[in-house]
Design a protein around this ligand. Structure first.
Ligand code: ADP
Ligand code: MG
Length: 731
């Protein structure tokens, strides 16, 4: 039986009554299977003894002592016991026994005891108030697991429950990984892992078990990636594809030939190379087709009839990269394998248009297309652009968000299901359970790089339900994705790059200024507005907060309204109702609103070319990629744009470094590289990134070496079972 299949409720264990069961539920533990997978956060090494002299060297000591005397201090109910102790070397210390008066009887004068705790010197005396104390005959030398806890549930209780479950169930548990993988990579089986995690005999054993679990998580994930790829195009992705695409030739990372090293050593291998993005050197992007052959340059794109029509209606020509990517997508659509493509292009490189070209090709073949944006603001903007560019071509367009009222909604859904809508644009509502398509052939996700393999499957299913075939899938992202993340999450996607910017763009001029210079900056903006331009003012908070003395959008809206009495201002943040936000954006686009005071809601996608100025106050409060995205809102036309980054007096060193990076380049790939350096891998990896991959212990950035190995192992297994190609062999 696999561990996840043990459905026996935890309440079957001795000592797991109603209260305990409820406490465990808060840790998402309901079954024995989930209890056994409540992995320790760390282990306490009580396998070695210390002396009291070591108090300053180790965080916690494990010392055999003799109780020399008892003392009491305080009065009445506050009366507290002090145990005076002495170790083998004659060093003395005091144990403050808050709420543990019973220790007086268990440890009388002269008693031997084993104490585990952290010590410090207070009032010239070495003491501890956070300690465990046991009679030496009860205390085995051992390594204790430390579990995540919840209110009311003690470490001791949890240890007992898990030990009980381990004794009763571990023996019958099977391993998820195939035997040949265990053997080749010298991995312990699941039983061994369980014992080593919950009851390790050495710290090394515990660490090895954790490494094996991380390997297992990656393996299962990569096996899913590989399976999807096999199902889709009948071949496995190349092991190191896709690399992030900085315009540099893809560097090949050699995989360890045979994994002879034990897992723990492998994990400790330096991963520097994978954590830094190579710098950009201006060479042409090397886009590779799935089979690794370089694609022909975009000399002649074969546009479909409707694409031709759109092209002739545009006031400009497509950039070279827009053409190349359109050609790549067209080729995907014409081939027998559905497209699955990540399109990376820096802010302002013109991804929306490429998306529309892709939609047209499936629409004229009788299919439906869905374009999903992360925010309502952006979805609305896309819908407006589509109305302008595509409706005149006869495309039947609809807009769907979670907020759409019931009557309009059911009508719209009906139209969608009967095939009277060609292109639907909206937020995640596009893929909710009620939304059904007649023949969904193209799914485009804009500005959303958090769609892992698993989320994608749900969407793809919509197409399979309607068209009996997986729809084409495009993901547009302005965030350069580090190689590590790209590998783990998008290992089955092809990658396209839009690197050339539309012609005539001037790089945004960026100034860094102290908050005290704000007046001067406002004056400059005033001049630009008089010259017919528009401006964004961006703040970290919506409204004033008691905790942080930062300017808020609301407060500054009032103040700026006084500063700019002759201009029209509007306030936009996430709490502004949809209808109002919509009309504000319309007016801003039309130029009747001159200044938009906002929070980071405008961060992604917003496109108003005449807005050439941006002031970001408390800029040091924003992350580097957020700053880059925000600044990407300006410099979208041919006029010179200006960005002012204002900082307060409490700016930190990394805050300074971020602003400096912003003023030294406008290149998104360089900024991403800098971001990675400044935040450190832990921050980027850690919770968020692991979280949306569904990993529990694994962290794709920290554990990159393991990820690559697990990927190799998973693909090797798939290749052995299904052949390097040949979808027919999959049952
Ligand atoms: P992003 O890649 O950030 O999503 P958009 O699709 O919003 O960029 O495009 C940015 C701006 O550039 C839009 O105003 C769009 O109309 C314009 N644009 C797109 N392609 C071209 C082009 N080939 N020539 C000139 N302007 C273009
Ligand atoms: Mg965009």
């Amino acid at each position: 039986m696999l561990i996840g299949e043990i459905q026996t409720p935890v309440s079957d264990l001795h000592g797991a009554g109603k209260t305990t069961t409820e406490q465990l539920l808060r840790l998402n533990v309901t079954t024995i299977g989930s209890l056994l997978q409540l992995w320790p956060r760390l282990w306490e090494d009580r396998s070695r003894y210390n002396t009291l002299r070591d108090w300053n060297t180790f965080h916690k000591l494990n010392v055999p002592v003799t109780v020399t005397a008892h003392q009491w201090f305080g009065f009445g109910r506050m009366k507290t016991l002090k145990l005076m102790i002495c170790d083998a070397e004659g060093s003395r210390a005091e144990l403050i026994c808050f709420n543990r008066p019973f220790l007086e009887k268990s440890f009388p004068e002269g008693a031997q005891a084993l104490v585990y705790g952290s010590f410090s010197v207070k009032y010239g005396v070495l003491q501890s108030s956070a300690f465990d104390i046991e009679k030496p005959e009860h205390a085995e030398r051992r390594i204790l697991p430390v579990y995540p806890l919840t209110q009311g549930l003690s470490q001791t209780k949890l240890r007992k429950l898990i030990a009980q479950a381990l004794d009763a169930y571990a023996r019958g548990i099977d391993t998820e990984l195939p035997a040949e993988v265990l053997e080749k990579y010298h991995l312990p089986d699941k039983k061994q892992i369980l014992y080593a995690m919950h009851r390790p005999s050495s710290m090394q054993e515990a660490e090895n078990a954790r490494t094996a679990l991380i390997f297992e998580e990656f393996f299962l994930y990569e096996a899913a990636v590989g399976m999807r790829s096999l199902e889709r195009r009948g071949v496995l992705p190349k092991l190191n594809q896709p690399a992030h695409t900085t315009g540099q030739p893809v560097e090949k990372t050699a995989l360890p030939a045979e994994a002879a090293m034990p897992p723990a050593e492998r994990a400790a291998e330096p991963t520097d190379e994978t954590q830094t993005l190579p710098t950009q050197d201006g060479t042409a992007p090397q886009t590779e087709s799935p089979c690794g052959d370089p694609l022909p340059a975009a000399v002649a794109v074969e546009y479909s009839p409707m694409q031709q029509k759109l092209l002739s209606r545009l006031p400009f020509a497509l950039t070279a990269d827009q053409q190349t990517v359109t050609a790549e997508i067209n080729a995907d659509i014409d081939s027998t394998v559905p497209a699955a493509r990540l399109i990376q292009g820096d802010v302002g490189s013109g991804k929306t248009l490429v998306a529309f070209f892709a939609c047209l090709k499936v629409i004229e073949a009788g299919g439906q297309a869905a374009l999903m944006a992360p925010t309502e603001l952006l979805a609305r903007q896309h819908a407006d652009t589509a109305a302008r560019l595509l409706e005149p071509l006869g495309v039947r367009l609809a807009f769907l968000t979670g907020n759409l009222k019931a009557t309009g909604r059911s009508q719209l859904l009906h139209q969608l299901e009967t095939g009277n809508i060609d292109l639907i644009i909206g937020t995640h509502a596009l893929f909710s359970a009620q939304t059904r398509y007649k023949n969904l052939r193209m799914v485009i996700i804009d500005e959303q790089h958090r769609f892992g393999v698993l989320q994608r499957s749900a969407i793809i299913q919509k197409g399979i339900d309607s068209g009996k075939k997986a729809p084409h899938f495009l993901m547009m992202s302005a965030t350069p994705i580090p190689r590590t993340l790209a590998l783990s999450m998008f290992g089955d996607l092809d990658v396209s790059v839009i690197k050339t910017m539309p012609p005539g763009r001037k790089p945004v001029i960026t100034y860094i200024a102290a908050q005290t210079k704000a007046e001067k900056v406002y004056h400059f903006i005033g001049q630009e507005i008089l010259a017919g331009k528009q401006a964004y003012f961006v703040y970290p908070l919506i409204e004033d907060s008691d905790v942080m003395s930062l300017k808020s959008a609301e407060e500054m809206f009032a103040e700026l309204s006084r500063d700019f009495p002759h201009h029209r201002l509007a306030l936009l943040h996430s709490k502004v109702p949809e209808e109002e936000a919509r009309s504000i954006m319309q007016e801003f686009r039309a130029g009747t609103i001159h200044i938009l005071v906002a929070t980071s809601v405008i961060e992604v996608g917003v496109d108003v070319p005449n807005a050439t100025c941006m002031v970001i106050e408390h800029a040091d409060r924003f992350g580097l990629s957020a700053l880059h995205q925000l600044r990407g809102r300006i410099g979208r036309g041919s006029d010179q744009a200006y960005c002012f980054l204002l900082y307060g007096k409490n700016i930190t060193e990394t805050g300074k470094a971020r602003l400096k990076a912003m003023s030294s380049t406008t290149d998104g790939f360089i900024i991403a590289e800098e971001d990675l350096k400044l935040r450190g891998p832990g921050d980027i990896g850690g919770t968020e990134q692991s979280g949306y991959c569904g990993f529990v212990l694994a962290d794709p950035i920290r554990d990159f070496a393991l990820l690559e190995q697990a990927r190799a192992a998973a693909f090797e297994m798939l290749a052995a079972r299904h052949g390097r190609s040949g979808i027919s062999k999959i049952g």
